[in-house]
Design a protein around this ligand. Structure first.
Ligand code: SAM
Length: 212
């Protein structure tokens, strides 16, 4: 699979950290409680931890504060440059959810990244992670999700009413899933999964691999 949306991050990399601190009104709600979301994902992870879509390293820094072995996986060269500048000693891999090398991991984590995959690809990614995780290993991630198709369409319509054209376009272009679909992806693969909402858009997913 080629990695989609890399042109978005070529453009966005240099101003990404301004967006997450709420300086872009269109994305203010998406990034509300951002620090708390990252801190919670870091707290729920166990070492060795592999992070997908590390971006400018905001979750990575929190992982490093808590865990001994942290591998950051990031496909965008522009995001990787910022990440390496911020954390020079970090092990950074040019890879993505469907192509990575992690000999061992007790947890896989990501924030604001899993929606770059179609739902079918999300299932493939969970298979790849499950093959590496031990029983009781975890996938912990936060991302935009919707409880139903109606809720998804209402949110897009609301963004258009507010004049948030970039946000509306983003919600229509990328693959923001429905919670029942994600629940099925995890439970059918032997994970115990919980979903916790943090703002209108973002939910935290904690999926634990059950024993045989
Ligand atoms: C919105 S940023 C999130 C960055 C960071 N995780 C955060 O929470 O602020 C999404 C990141 O996912 C990366 N990404 C895009 N497609 C990806 C894929 N298929 N696999 C892994 N990462 C991907 C992007 O390059 C970008 O760095």
């Amino acid at each position: 699979m080629t990695v989609r949306f890399m042109d978005v991050f070529t453009e966005w990399a240099s101003s990404y950290d301004d967006t997450v601190t709420g300086q872009d009104p269109e994305y203010k709600e998406v990034f509300r409680r951002y620090d708390e979301i990252l801190e919670t994902v870091a707290e729920k992870a166990s070492s060795p931890v592999a992070e997908f879509g590390a971006g400018t390293g905001n979750l990575t820094q929190r992982l490093l504060a808590r865990h001994e072995q942290v591998l950051a996986i990031e496909p965008s060269p522009e995001m990787r440059d910022i990440l390496i500048n911020k954390i020079p000693a970090l092990a950074v891999q040019d890879g993505h959810f469907l192509s990575f090398e992690a000999a061992e991991a007790k947890s896989f984590v990501s924030t604001y990244a899993f929606h770059h995959l179609t739902d079918e690809e999300k299932g493939q990614a969970v298979d790849l992670m499950a093959a590496i995780l031990p029983a009781d290993g975890k996938i912990v991630y936060a991302d935009t999700m919707f409880v139903s198709e109606t809720a998804r369409l209402e949110t897009i319509a609301e963004a258009k009413t507010q004049g948030f054209d970039n946000l509306a376009e983003d919600l229509e272009r990328e693959f923001y899933p429905l919670i029942p679909v994600m629940e099925q992806i995890f439970t059918s693969r032997g994970f115990d999964v919980t979903f916790t909402q943090y703002n209108h858009f973002v939910w935290l997913v904690e999926a634990e691999k059950m024993g045989e």
